[in-house]
Design a binder for this molecule. Structure first.
Ligand SMILES: Cc1ncc(COP(=O)(O)O)c(C=O)c1O
Ligand SMILES: N[C@@H](CCOP(=O)(O)O)C(=O)O
Length: 466
């Protein structure tokens, strides 16, 4: 299995090289050179299998010969044993034909743990063999950072630097990162937005001298292993609801477009998916894109679903690449141009392809709060504000066949956003018993301006001293 860049100018590489590389040297994102697939019978056979087994089968399609099958299976076993629910990502019924896919039973209570617990083990495997210590940098709007710190803290072959936007994440999210005491962890509060943090990370990857000096890697969803691992739960959810015989529709609370793109990947692998609705908060670039055919950046506004306060959705480039029929020159032109103009007019043929599967729905702050309360009143479920964006969007889903199950991804545990839940529902969500109480632990982080050069200088010093 080989990986190519969406901008077409980087040499094809194998799975483990693509994992470690993060961004491709031409600024593009790695994708498989061709799509592997499952037969219907193979997908049907996932029903009733443990999550780790399905994960090993799906990941196996992308890993190729880079990791022996029995070692990959062991990694999946270990990764998913860290989850507090035996089904790992259980499906819960909300109402007639409406379901929640709970992705928050991992150690940091958000869907990021699903991929990150596996990534920590993948890095250990490859870095140990290569006698190499890498510097991982990640941008976070709250959840990726905590999951990455949890997955990589204390590992001897990697150090991790998490950049988060100052004052724009919840206290619980911040503490999952900043209370880590391990020497290989550094957290940086950036005086800017998540988009600034992500731009700094991408800029760091494009500085060859810096990249080599610190042996840079990235665990945001630019990393193909993140996407591959996130595609697994679409299979387990679909087969639990009658797939692959009957298609399923998914509603995905969206920010950086990693999770929704992972649904697209599952469909490429052969899973029948009727529709993927990208549910956004008022940072609605993707909702507008899938309804209007223009990818047009807006200003970032702070919402009660802060992990989705994003206006530059990294993985949209991967979908665009597919929609322009894998034309790397066109993708490079469009996304380099977007860096300057903040605008891509999607060619009509590419937009038509996107609309075969994707829809967008933006949810207001008032509707998000109302949905948390109505979900509690009608179903007894306490949901977090990101999940509420998805549930509100699900009410607008229109399918030609109304019997198709609609599954909303529940991307975070409500205890991660106690203030928003209390304001909407008048109660404080209980933290799961297995989660350590971080509220009184000392925090450790730097504050830096949103300057690539300043952050790179910080990372160089950190890498040289740890
Ligand atoms: C709780 C939560 N929901 C939804 C999202 C959006 O996911 P994505 O960035 O993959 O679109 C995020 C952040 O990524 C998140 O942390
Ligand atoms: N919402 C994310 C933003 C980063 O997304 P990623 O999937 O690309 O890592 C977060 O919580 O940090």
């Amino acid at each position: 299995m080989r990986y190519v860049s969406t901008r077409g100018e980087a040499a094809p590489i194998g799975f483990l090289d693509a994992v470690l590389a993060g961004l491709a040297p031409d600024g593009g994102l790695y994708v498989p050179s061709e799509w592997p697939s499952f037969t219907k019978a193979e997908i049907a056979a996932f029903a009733g299998q443990p999550y780790a087994k399905v994960a090993a089968a799906v990941m196996g399609k992308f890993v190729g010969n880079d990791i022996p099958a029995e070692i990959l299976a062991e990694m999946c076993e270990e990764a998913y044993a860290t989850f507090a629910h035996s089904a790992v990502t259980p499906v819960k019924q909300l109402g007639p034909n409406r379901f929640l896919l709970e992705l928050f039973h991992g150690p940091t209570l958000a869907f990021k743990d699903v991929a990150m617990q596996l990534l920590g083990r993948l890095y250990d495997y490859v870095l140990e063999r290569q006698s190499r210590k890498m510097t991982i940098i990640c941008a976070t709007s709250g959840d990726t950072g905590g999951a990455a710190v949890e997955a990589f803290r204390g590992r001897k072959n990697a150090r991790i630097v998490a950049l988060f936007p100052e004052g724009r994440i919840s206290e619980v999210q911040r503490r999952f990162m900043t209370t880590a005491t391990d020497d290989n962890v550094a957290c940086v509060s950036i005086l800017g937005s998540f988009d600034d943090c992500q731009a700094i990370v991408k800029q760091a990857f494009q500085d060859d001298q810096f990249r080599h000096a610190v042996d840079l890697s990235g665990v945001n969803s630019i990393n193909w292993a993140r996407i591959a691992a996130q595609s697994v739960y679409y299979f387990t959810a679909a087969v639990a609801l009658g797939g692959p015989e009957r298609p399923v529709a998914f509603v995905v609370p969206t920010g950086n477009f990693g999770d929704a793109y992972a649904a697209f990947v599952a469909s490429k692998l052969g899973l029948p998916i009727a529709q993927i609705t990208c549910a956004t908060n008022s940072n609605d670039i993707l909702a507008r894109t899938f309804e209007e055919g223009r990818y047009a950046r807006g200003a970032v506004t702070a919402t009660q679903s802060p992990a989705m306060d994003i206006q530059v959705a990294s993985n949209f480039e991967r979908l665009y690449f597919e929609a322009v029929r894998r034309d790397g020159v066109e993708t490079g032109r469009a996304f380099r141009g977007f860096g300057d103009s903040g605008l891509i007019d999607i060619p009509p043929s590419a937009f038509a392809l996107m609309r075969e599967l994707f829809r967008g729905a933006a949810v207001s702050e008032a509707d998000t709060a109302k949905t948390m309360l109505s979900t509690l009143n009608e179903t007894g479920e306490v949901i977090d504000p990101h999940t509420a964006v998805g549930v509100a969007a699900a009410a607008r889903v229109q399918l030609t066949d109304p019997t198709i199950p609609v599954v909303v991804l529940s991307t975070a545990h409500p205890a991660k956003f106690p203030e928003a839940v209390a304001a909407a529902c008048g109660l404080t969500p209980a933290t799961p018993r297995a989660t350590p109480d971080l509220s009184q632990k000392p925090e450790r982080f730097e504050r830096l301006p949103a300057s690539g050069e300043t952050v790179k200088a910080f990372v160089r010093t950190f890498a040289a001293t740890t």
